[in-house]
Design a protein around this ligand. Sequence first.
Ligand SMILES: Cc1cc2nc3c(=O)[nH]c(=O)nc-3n(C[C@H](O)[C@H](O)[C@H](O)COP(=O)(O)OP(=O)(O)OC[C@H]3O[C@@H](n4cnc5c(N)ncnc54)[C@H](O)[C@@H]3O)c2cc1C
Length: 351
Amino acid sequence: MVDYLIVGSGLAGISFAENALLNNKSIIVIDNNSQNSSRIAGGLYNPVILKRFSEVWRAKEQLELMKSFYAIIESKLGQQFDFKKPILRKFFSIEEQNNWFTASDKPSLSPFLSLTLVTDTFKGIDSPFDYGQVLHTGYVDTAALLKSYKLYLIHLDVLREETFNYAELSNKVDYVQYKDIQAKNVIFAEGFGMHANPYFKHLPLDGTKGELFIIKAPELDLDVIVNTSVFILPLGEGLFKVGATYNWKDKTNLPTEEGKVELLERINEIVTCDFEIVEHFAGVRPTVKDRRPLVGTHPEHKNLHLLNGLGTRGVMLGPSMAKVLFESIEQGIPLDDEINISRIKPKHYLL
Ligand SMILES: Cc1cc2nc3c(=O)[nH]c(=O)nc-3n(C[C@H](O)[C@H](O)[C@H](O)COP(=O)(O)OP(=O)(O)OC[C@H]3O[C@@H](n4cnc5c(N)ncnc54)[C@H](O)[C@@H]3O)c2cc1C
């Protein structure tokens, strides 16, 4: 009998797995590589929604928790994943500069928006109106993290690389039986793959496809993250990650010509030097209409739990949502109404 059977090893699944292991719980993880949102993500963390000049929901708490969370994994796996880097907002006008300073007066944003304009010049980008710097930012190399964490799970002999077949799950009173596995609880963390899950598929997980590039631009001299209509993230050796698009109709993981054209247009608005596309990725973000995660326990099957809806911010949200779900299962600490799946009418859960 294991404590937790975890379906999915994206940011949600590994966040829960790590929480469980840190609390001496036994786990088995099943993943079939069908979704790649976590693997291809930009990995940026930024406490401010720059488009609307508002604070990310519970940003301070999330930042605090995620920093210690990734630090623990880094020390355990002996590899760096969390790279603290400034995010600079490029201004296109004096008006944009003024909006920045107005926003930085808001008490919720003042800890995060620097009052000093960044006047540095970066070869390959023209910015006559300078930049504003967001504080407490950086990125997690999610591809490296997932790869190493998977090796760690293999080393623990707890990873099964296969498709979870929902028809083979049988709910007993105090546990579940899945094939040869008996587990006290199942954590479903399938990202957009949740739509195949008969227990939770009616929850309003929209899915927003995103595409991004790795480009090679040897003349672009940039060691910070620049954010405008796209972000440009330096990876070293003349390589940059650039993204991302938002498409609410197409729900596939395939890169498209439309996405390529859109990204190229946006890059050309900012980058003035030559570049070539090295890689082109796509994935579906597990987004929810009310922009809150989907976390909680099935109303009829008390051993089945959901950790999903991390949307556009899996890096910041994953660790904190995994923690509160774990505490709600193990210690009965109630989940916040804003994230609890119980906020959605129960008829949606019932088979
Ligand atoms: C282009 C793009 C850019 C992004 N940029 C950022 C960013 O800069 N910062 C940020 O914080 N977030 C970003 N995100 C969002 C972030 O990637 C997501 O919030 C996060 O990855 C969601 O993680 P998840 O584990 O819930 O889902 P996923 O990463 O989709 O993981 C789900 C896992 O479940 C597995 N699975 C599904 N169904 C089954 C099944 N039946 N059997 C077995 N396994 C199954 C899948 O194979 C997958 O491994 C971006 C996303 C995209 C697409």
